[in-house]
Design a protein around this ligand. Structure first.
Ligand code: PRT
Length: 109
């Protein structure tokens, strides 16, 4: 296991998009279209929140993995390279001290 796993996963997703296969869940999502993919991203996001709230690490790891996979499918569906996201994260990593100065009234938001 290494940090190339996301790149490999994205390549598999791209391959499924280019070469539809029987029994592939990724192909099923592409076939259903972007609204279905967005619905799944929303569901997995909500399930991640619930798992984290419940505080069971294994469940949170599983839900984060589902969410990341569905985000890969969303990127591929919209022809956005994973490298665009990685490059943006890399660009941000050059910057530290990102906490914005908050007014007293912003504390509860
Ligand atoms: N990482 C994943 C991955 N994570 C989650 N899932 C699937 O996402 C689905 C989410 O489950 P849900 O219960 O929310 O959804 P569901 O009831 O099965 O179906 P719908 O609600 O979408 O109708 C499950 O079917 C999981 O198997 C994934 N399916 C595929 N991958 C990766 O994609 C690769 C290719 O998979 P196929 O496209 O199936 O060949 C695999 O080798 C994996 O690396």
């Amino acid at each position: 296991m290494n940090d190339e796993v996301l790149k490999r996963l994205y390549q598999v997703v791209l391959d499924r998009k280019a070469n539809p296969q029987e029994g592939s869940y990724t192909c099923y999502l592409f076939d259903k279209g972007v609204d279905k993919i967005l619905k799944k991203v929303g569901e997995e996001c909500a399930e991640t929140i619930i798992a984290a709230k419940n505080g069971v690490e294994e469940d949170t790891v599983n839900e984060c993995s589902d969410l990341l996979y569905h985000l890969m499918v969303l990127l591929a569906a919209q022809d956005i390279p994973l490298d665009a996201v990685l490059a943006e994260l890399d660009r941000r990593s050059a910057k530290i001290g990102n906490l914005k100065q908050m007014r007293v009234t912003d504390h509860n938001t």
